[in-house]
Design a protein around this ligand. Structure first.
Ligand SMILES: Cc1cc2nc3c(=O)[nH]c(=O)nc-3n(C[C@H](O)[C@H](O)[C@H](O)COP(=O)(O)OP(=O)(O)OC[C@H]3O[C@@H](n4cnc5c(N)ncnc54)[C@H](O)[C@@H]3O)c2cc1C
Length: 328
């Protein structure tokens, strides 16, 4: 496996922003990953993981460390609707292949760009499905322990595994966000027996719905902010309803499972289309930031703080980033 130097990261992200990685490699096998981690250890480098780059923002100055692009693309059907899936497998591939094989539950993955590893990291979801619903077990490697001495001592031993209930999955959350040294290597997915034709049809519908509501062809990292979990506080809810200038019934309709959409709030402030430098709030989906061609990470950071400030001042709501800012 080759370790490259000064590789521009913009090309590996969907928003096409980011300076060079001092070191960069692609890990296709456990051997590749071990070599990469040993290299990082010898040179005392920080390690940063990258999947499809569809939810990541790297700084303009780049990354002073080793960026490992995960490309474990193993995909094996086991018994009873179980699939062993590498962290580098595309979500679209998982959706298509499992549906074709007559299994149901992963169709929504077709509508989410990126890899299985990135999706586990952030418990990605769409159309009512989330990774937590289809993951049975996650196999990971603790990069911190992967020193040459450890590698020798642990040769032949199995990687660490977490059962789904140990992954601390929540709305766009997982235990992996708390442990930046844990590298997701592969996962066991559990699906239900279904009908192949119906599965394909569902995928088509999800993709068509997604295309009509989101800016999928632009350079973007998807939703910038998480939807906001509303407190169980009638006074606050009434205050928010008034701020939104909505009737009670209309207000109830926009609250989904106790959350209010960040995009909806941004839209209500009339921010769609707002531009700072090369970054623009999408005209189609207010929670998407679009790189119009020359955007920098700095533009994105300034835009994010402007949105947060406006939402805080107007609605008393503190938005949290869904985008992963890496190495800032
Ligand atoms: C047009 C568009 C639409 C989108 N729609 C949705 C949607 O409907 N629902 C949704 O949930 N998301 C959506 N997203 C966001 C994105 O698709 C998901 O967050 C996806 O899971 C990111 O996967 P990735 O492989 O690209 O992750 P990356 O961006 O590569 O990485 C994301 C984070 O995961 C970490 N990571 C990646 N791989 C590993 C690994 N193997 N081990 C440890 N850490 C790792 C990275 O370090 C980073 O912190 C959308 C994005 C775009 C561009």
């Amino acid at each position: 496996m080759e370790i490259l130097e000064n590789i521009p990261l913009a090309q590996y992200t969907s928003i096409r922003i980011g300076g060079p990685a001092r070191f960069f490699c692609i890990a296709k096998s456990e051997q590749d990953l071990s070599e990469a981690l040993e290299f990082a250890c010898e040179k005392n480098l920080s390690v940063f993981m990258l999947g499809g780059g569809c939810n990541s923002l790297f700084p303009d100055k780049g990354i002073d460390g080793l960026v490992i692009k995960m490309q474990n693309t193993e995909f094996k059907k086991e018994d009873d609707g179980k699939f062993m899936v590498g962290a580098g497998v595309g979500l679209g591939y998982l959706a298509q292949e499992s549906a074709k094989a007559g299994y149901s539950g992963a169709e929504w993955c077709a509508a989410v760009p990126g890899t299985v590893g990135g999706a586990i990291y952030g418990n990605a979801g769409a159309f009512g499905g989330e990774m937590k619903d289809i993951v049975e077990e996650v196999e990971y490697i603790n990069a911190k322990l992967k020193t040459p001495a450890y590698a020798k001592a642990s040769a032949g031993k199995q990687n660490s595994k977490l059962k789904v209930n140990e992954c601390e999955f929540g709305y766009r959350e997982s235990i992996f966000k708390k442990h930046p040294d844990w590298i997701i290597w592969r996962t066991k997915i559990r699906l239900k027996k279904g009908d192949a034709a119906q599965g394909q049809e569902r995928i088509k519908q999800y993709l068509s719905k997604k295309r009509s509501t989101q800016d999928l062809i632009s350079k973007t990292a998807g939703c910038t902010f998480k939807n906001f979990k509303l407190p169980v506080d009638l006074k606050f809810l009434e205050h928010l309803r008034k701020k939104l200038e909505m009737e009670e019934n209309d207000f109830k309709v926009i609250i989904k499972n106790g959350y209010i959409s960040a995009g909806f709030l941004i839209d209500r402030l009339g921010l769609k289309g707002k531009k700072i430098g090369g970054i623009q709030i999408s005209e189609i989906h207010a929670n998407f930031l679009i790189n119009t061609g020359s955007a920098t990470a700095e533009d994105v950071v300034i835009m994010m703080s402007l949105i947060k400030e406006k939402i805080r001042n107007h609605f008393d709501i503190q938005l949290q980033e869904e985008i992963q800012t890496i190495g800032f």
